[in-house]
Design a protein around this ligand. Structure first.
Ligand SMILES: [Zn+2]
Ligand SMILES: [Zn+2]
Length: 170
């Protein structure tokens, strides 16, 4: 079980709000996630199931793709999860592929794995310490955010900088 659990037994009609928190390690996120994960969630009863709308907040310690500097990034993600309660009748039920099926006798919904997935998806594909990061000089390797150098590099397309850096190291 994870800290992101909602008790669904004897739930009265209407919207139920929850504020939950847990450490990244408790949902198998590695140490690059540095802040306690806070989740605010609203649970609604829907026909034969539940809809859970949530927001998760945490932060990650990452390294910049361009200058290799480390930086902290706040992460926020919103998500909707649908659950349908399995029916025991022989009737063919309408299948909702988006919904997670839960057993009729289930007392809890544990959505820790969903929180984990949503947080991983919230990490940008391109990691930049700041949008205008100047990166490393492809010739001397200095961090151009912090210092200038006199290398000639006008013709180097920044997208090729990592390659140029590799060949400069040889
Ligand atoms: Zn950077
Ligand atoms: Zn340089």
């Amino acid at each position: 079980m994870t800290p992101f659990i909602i008790n669904i037994s004897n739930l009265s009609p209407g919207t139920h709000s929850y504020a939950l928190e847990g450490s990244p390690a408790e949902i198998n996120l590695d140490e690059q996630f540095t802040r306690l994960i806070r989740v605010n969630a609203d649970l609604d009863r829907i026909t034969r199931g539940f809809a859970l709308r949530g927001t998760a907040l945490t932060a990650a310690h990452l390294s910049c793709d361009r200058c290799l500097g480390e930086f902290d990034l706040d992460l926020q993600t919103t998500f909707t999860l649908l659950y349908s309660v399995a029916t025991t009748g022989a009737e063919e039920e309408e299948k909702d592929d988006l919904a997670t099926v839960i057993a009729p006798e289930a007392n809890i919904i544990d959505f820790g794995e969903d929180v984990r997935q949503e947080i991983l998806l919230a990490v940008p594909r391109k990691l930049l310490c700041k949008e205008e990061c100047r990166g490393l000089c492809p010739v001397c390797g200095r961090n151009l955010n912090n210092e200038q150098c006199s290398c000639k590099r006008e013709t180097v397309d920044p997208r090729w900088a990592p390659l140029a850096r590799l060949s400069a190291q040889k």
